[in-house]
Design a protein around this ligand. Structure first.
Ligand code: PMP
Length: 440
């Protein structure tokens, strides 16, 4: 059923739970192609969000659409809990071979990032026979009980739902934003390593810890990269104590950072990794990928879902992997990131409310700050993103004051330029005090 924005939004308010959506702009998306969205009134927008990094190869890529259509005509669903399908076998092999893990690798499916992050807990506990899981502040791992229990980015995601899963210990994520005045990076890492060691020295026996779960570059936490020295320390610690190293690549994988997987920016090898979002260009598919020894430790049917890994989603995954390879999207991501970083650095010379700028491929963040205090300025950020929306560019914020810059990797040079033109205007209007907060 179709309609215009206003009619559809009225019905949305009546029939859809307020729990499902983070409300930004009052539009309904009707169609999309590449990095271009069209709303229900026919208005177009450049998408700097890529459906929360779920459409890295672009919306409705023709190769992906064709693969979905062909597969849907042949076999939409037979449950992977009982029978394999050709596309499923192919995508498991491709993912296993792409994983930055040496030795035999196997794959298990989910329908969402959240489910495969739950699976980390299951497989790590089953494999090690240990109960504790270490995760991090600022992390977002999903919306099911297990993955929510690993997360701590949003109070509203756990309010009134306690108790969370037992056995999860949260450690402070080494976010360089949290440096003390005058503290160098190495001093900061030393302090974070001490904070990591403290629980192990006081109440948490390392031999009872099953896994450390980490986003090497936190996504919803603000596009924050852990320092290399910290990562190397926890890798060494985990290896020494037989702890499974599990990384969440749901947001940062699939070429987002200019490499297949964000962990490749660190040169470290995980035991388990989770993939989702862009793997099937936004169709509901996710995967836990890991060392075969761990992946075979639970036996059947410890991780069976009726639809996870079904033929249509698997065909979409294979086509998505084709596009990344054939269109050299890792290279494109790696090339465009520095270009956007340079654009904002130039703007920072003009505007002192632009703070830290960090891009790892087309995985970018720009902090909007109060120039007097240096702290994040949520009001200014809100004004900016709503003005960008009026100018036809969809961009949202993280933590209230961080611009999240994650467009489809196929965004064209012209579209990027249009986005810069809109920023030129919105930033100058913000500086001139011409922007106001949206009503209600
Ligand atoms: N992990 C990370 C790092 C994510 O960013 C997200 C989604 N924002 C998830 C897991 C959860 O994925 P899903 O919404 O598909 O359950």
């Amino acid at each position: 059923m179709s309609g215009n924005n206003e009619q559809l939004l009225a019905r949305e308010n009546e029939f859809l739970s307020s729990a499902v959506r983070i409300k930004y702009f009052d539009i309904v998306i009707q169609k999309a192609q590449g990095a271009l969205l069209t709303d229900a009134d026919g208005r177009e927008y450049i998408d700097l969000l890529a459906s929360a990094s779920a459409t890295n190869v672009g919306h409705c890529h023709p190769h992906v659409v064709e693969a979905i259509q062909e597969q849907a005509a042949e076999l939409i669903q037979y449950t992977p809990a009982y029978f394999a399908s050709g596309p499923e076998v192919e995508s498991s092999q491709r993912l296993a071979q792409l994983a930055p893990i040496s030795g035999p690798v196997k794959v298990a499916w989910g329908n969402s990032g959240s489910e495969v992050n739950d699976a980390i807990i299951k497989f790590a506990r089953g494999y090690t026979g240990r109960q504790y899981i270490v995760s991090y502040t600022g992390a977002y791992h999903g919306s099911t009980y297990g993955s929510m229990s690993l997360s701590s980015v949003s109070l509203n995601m756990s309010r009134s739902m306690a108790p969370m899963l037992p056995g999860v210990v949260k450690l402070p994520f080494p976010d360089l934003h949290d440096r003390l005045p005058g503290e160098s990076e190495s001093e900061f890492v030393e302090r974070m390593v001490a904070a990591f060691k403290l629980p192990f020295e006081t109440y948490l026996p390392a031999e009872e810890v099953a896994a450390i779960v980490i986003e090497p570059i936190q996504g919803d936490g603000g596009i924050v990269k852990a320092p290399q020295a910290y990562m190397e320390f926890i890798w060494k610690f985990a290896r020494e104590h037989g702890i499974v190293l599990a990384i969440d690549e749901v947001n940062q994988g699939m070429g987002r950072t200019g490499k297949w997987w964000s962990i490749q920016n660190f040169g470290l090898e995980p035991d388990l990794m989770t993939v989702g979002k862009s793997i099937a260009s936004g169709l509901p598919l996710s995967a836990l990928v890991g060392r075969a020894e761990i992946m075979d430790s639970l036996g059947s049917p410890a991780h069976a879902f009726t639809t996870a890994g079904n033929p249509v989603t698997a065909a979409a995954a294979n086509a998505t992997l084709d596009v990344i390879e054939q269109e050299h999207l890792l290279e494109r991501s790696a090339k465009l990131g520095p270009k956007v970083q340079a654009y904002f650095e130039k703007k920072r010379e003009q505007y002192d409310f632009i703070g830290d700028i960090r891009f790892y491929g087309l995985d970018g963040a720009v902090d909007i700050i109060d120039s007097k205090t240096g702290k994040g300025d949520e009001a200014a950020t809100t004004k900016l993103i709503y003005r960008m929306f009026e100018l036809g560019v969809i961009i949202i914020s993280l933590r209230g004051y961080i611009l999240r810059f994650q467009p489809p990797l196929v965004i064209t040079d012209e579209q990027l330029q249009q986005a810069f033109d809109a920023f030129d205007q919105a930033l100058s209007e913000l500086a001139a005090g011409k922007l106001s907060l949206p009503e209600d």
